[in-house]
Design a protein around this ligand. Structure first.
Ligand code: NAG
Ligand code: NAG
Ligand code: NAG
Ligand code: NAG
Ligand code: NAG
Ligand code: NAG
Ligand code: NAG
Ligand code: NAG
Ligand code: NAG
Ligand code: NAG
Ligand code: NAG
Length: 627
């Protein structure tokens, strides 16, 4: 009896309690728990190990919250953390605990490992920065579920596999950067549906020797399209002419064949055209001379032919003109002299004929002039001596005659002068440059100690070998080959920089260190000095060595700015060999001309009394040729 009476009461009380409890639970989940979940997830991530007062988390560096105190931004890259030193583990952040996160920037943090598929739980995310995070594995398909993303940067990692076609679902994307990640497979055509894209960067990958997808013509908002060194084979689609907002078109270092479509001339906003290092044939379409905003015009290392018409006069903003290593013919047009913004002219390794226009003296901004290996004749115009900014003049391997204008001796910034293999006669002018370290003259003079050029007269310090002293110089055409290698690198640095800096906001820094040695590096803050390299490698300790070869050893070094680079250090004995200069020069030339698909980016170089080295982008399984 009693039990039959009490049971309903007990049951009623029980169920009432349960209802109350569940209401309370509901209320607490709605009011407090999300924030508590965030707090808990932050603590558990261990990413802010130096910070303990969780109630102040919205003030922790790199964290921003909304008015309700929920986290909206995590920007570790710039928050003063030792992001590159500490190994944060990606998976330790419980993504589902951050329902309001809009910005997640972990660039330059050494996360390691995969991108966890759970990242798709961050459904409000608009900005995901994972550049240089030491990531590996494949890209999770779930990335395609982050449909609010506007900015996605996974550049400079060692990802495997292909681009998930699911990325084509990220309709709001404005910027997609997957460059230098080692991706393979084809470029998914689904990317051609992302019509809000303004920046698409896929350089430095190993796509399957396929073409540029035809439907990229639909990406009409594009401002930047970078598909350099990524294994593209096939023609330039004429449809790219529809991308009229394009400012940068980077297609260098592929196997692009066929001719340049005339439609490229419709890209009236184009500032930079990088087509060098491909297999293009035919002549330059006349429409390209309508690109009046063009600053960089790089067509080097192709199989282009034809001559350069008067129309080039329209390219009033041109700074860089590189046509090297093609089959161009005809005269150098005089109208080139009206392009007074030109800083760099390299039209070497072609079949240009006629003489060097004396009006080149009007190109007052010129600092690099290479006309080497053409069919040029006549004399060297003395007006070249007016070009005070010149640092490099290479007129070698032509049929120039007459004497060397003495005005060349007044070019105080000139650091590289090559006039070899011409029919020049007369005297070598007094060179006023003070930084000449090695002079290698073809007819037997070579290797001068560094300081003996200060205040020198002519090339008198030349040590004439017995072989040439027997020759009658007055009858023999004067073959002069002057290599001034120490500072040629600063000139080549300009070339490198121009070629390499386009897709990164790089700053050039050439630093004179205490010892007066030159250290130059790009993409960093310009403050990297020899000492930093020594510190990073513990004076080239062999523990940091990752390869040894023909004329150098390769080291892995982490710079103070956090970047990991590869250093190719030249064997000292090699550095003292006169032939070293040539191979070093060839190497830089090779790297700057980017003929090769496996080549890695050259960031800079250091020349120091004790050692000389090149600084490359570090790639986990990169090929660092040491021969
Ligand atoms: C944590 O921060 C809160 C709010 O600023 C402050 O009131 C509290 O005293 C701090 N606790 C500790 C242990 O510092
Ligand atoms: C970074 O790490 C170094 C030691 O590796 C430490 O001395 C320094 O305090 C750390 N800096 C910050 C901001 O945590
Ligand atoms: C993406 O979201 C859909 C539905 O929200 C889900 O069914 C699917 O499994 C998700 N895909 C991935 C790869 O996470
Ligand atoms: C990737 O590309 C975007 C868009 O051009 C750019 O803002 C970003 O800085 C690039 N990332 C790196 C690491 O250069
Ligand atoms: C995109 O390009 C493809 C092929 O180039 C074309 O068939 C299609 O109609 C285009 N789509 C839009 C929306 O313009
Ligand atoms: C471009 O190269 C591909 C692959 O070698 C070849 O099939 C195609 O015919 C070439 N196109 C032209 C225009 O030369
Ligand atoms: C260059 O542009 C002008 C007007 O913008 C146009 O009339 C002309 O046909 C174009 N020339 C070429 C060669 O495309
Ligand atoms: C230039 O043309 C010649 C003959 O037509 C050819 O043998 C050579 O390979 C071409 N050079 C380049 C760089 O295309
Ligand atoms: C070079 O400049 C001079 C003086 O400024 C001018 O008279 C001459 O026409 C210019 N030459 C060319 C080819 O533009
Ligand atoms: C230079 O060569 C040209 C022919 O190419 C000739 O007319 C001229 O006289 C030569 N000048 C000198 C100084 O030898
Ligand atoms: C070189 O410069 C000096 C001083 O500026 C000047 O006196 C001399 O005439 C110049 N020489 C030539 C060949 O232009």
């Amino acid at each position: 009896m009693a039990s039959s009476f009490t049971n309903p009461i007990v049951l009623g009380l029980l169920s009432a309690t349960m209802i109350l409890v569940s209401i309370a639970t509901c209320m607490s989940t709605a009011d407090q728990s999300p924030l508590e979940f965030e707090a808990k997830a932050l603590l558990e991530s261990g990413w802010w190990s130096g910070y303990h007062n969780i109630s102040r988390r919205c003030k922790w560096p790199g964290i921003s919250c909304n008015a309700a105190g929920s986290i909206t931004e995590m920007i570790l890259s710039d928050a003063g953390y030792n992001c590159s030193e500490v190994h944060y583990r990606f998976g330790e952040l419980k993504f589902s605990s951050f329902p309001n996160l809009v910005v997640l920037d972990l660039s330059d943090c050494q996360l390691g490992g995969n991108i966890p598929p759970e990242i798709a739980d961050l459904s409000t995310l608009k900005y995901l920065g994972l550049s240089s995070c030491d990531l590996s594995g494949e890209l999770p398909l779930s990335l395609g579920n982050l449909t609010n993303l506007e900015f996605l940067d996974i550049s400079s990692n060692s990802i495997h596999g292909s681009i998930p076609p699911q990325l084509g679902r990220l309709e709001k994307l404005v910027s997609l950067n997957l460059s230098w990640t080692g991706l393979t497979g084809p470029i998914p055509p689904s990317l051609g549906t992302l019509t809000n894209l303004r920046h698409l960067q896929l350089s430095g990958n190993k796509f399957d020797e396929g073409p540029i997808p035809q439907n990229f013509r639909n990406l009409t908002a594009l401002v930047t399209l970078s598909l350099a060194q990524c294994g593209i084979v096939g023609p330039i689609p004429s449809g790219l002419g529809q991308l009229t907002n394009l400012e940068i078109l980077g297609l260098y270092g592929n196997k692009i064949n066929g001719s340049i479509p005339p439609e490229i001339g419709l890209l009236s906003n184009l500032l930079e055209l990088h087509l060098h290092g491909n297999m293009l044939v035919g002549s330059i379409p006349i429409t390209l001379y309508n690109l009046t905003n063009l600053k960089y015009f790089l067509l080097a290392i192709n199989h282009l032919d034809g001559s350069i018409p008067q129309d080039i006069e329209n390219l009033k903003n041109l700074r860089i003109l590189s046509l090297t290593d093609n089959n161009f013919t005809g005269h150098i047009p005089l109208v080139l002299c009206r392009l007074t913004r030109l800083e760099f002219i390299d039209i070497g390794l072609n079949q240009f004929s006629g003489s060097i226009p004396s009006c080149f003296g009007n190109l007052s901004n010129l600092n690099y002039l290479s006309l080497r290996s053409n069919l040029l004749e006549g004399s060297i115009p003395q007006e070249i001596g007016n070009l005070e900014k010149l640092t490099l003049v290479d007129l070698s391997q032509n049929s120039l005659n007459g004497s060397i204008p003495s005005q060349i001796g007044n070019l105080s910034r000139l650091t590289y002068l090559d006039l070899s293999f011409n029919q020049l006669s007369g005297h070598v002018p007094v060179l006023s440059a003070t930084k000449l370290h090695i002079v290698d003259v073809e007819n037997g003079c070579y290797k001068i100690s560094p300081d003996s050029f200060q205040g020198n007269k002519g090339l008198s310090p030349c040590i004439t070998s017995s072989k040439t002293s027997t020759a009658n110089k007055s009858k023999i055409p004067l073959y002069i080959k002057i290599f001034l290698p120490i500072v040629i690198f600063s000139t080549f640095s300009i070339l490198c920089c121009l070629i390499f800096s386009r897709f990164k906001n790089s700053r050039v820094g050439i630093q004179q260190t205490k010892n007066g040695d030159i250290c130059s590096i790009w993409n960093y803050d310009g403050k990297i000095a020899y000492e930093d390299i020594i510190a990073a490698t513990e004076d080239f300790d062999f523990r940091y060595c990752i390869g040894v070869g023909g004329y150098g050893s390769v080291y892995r070094a982490q710079l103070p700015c956090g970047k990991v680079v590869a250093l190719k250090k030249l064997h000292r004995s090699e550095a003292e060999n006169p032939a070293f200069d040539k191979s070093f020069r060839n190497e830089i030339k090779f790297l700057t001309e980017i003929r090769h698909r496996n080549i890695v980016k050259l960031h800079g170089f250091c020349l120091h009394r004790r050692s000389m080295f090149l600084i490359y982008e570090y790639m986990e399984k990169g090929v660092y040729s040491t021969t």
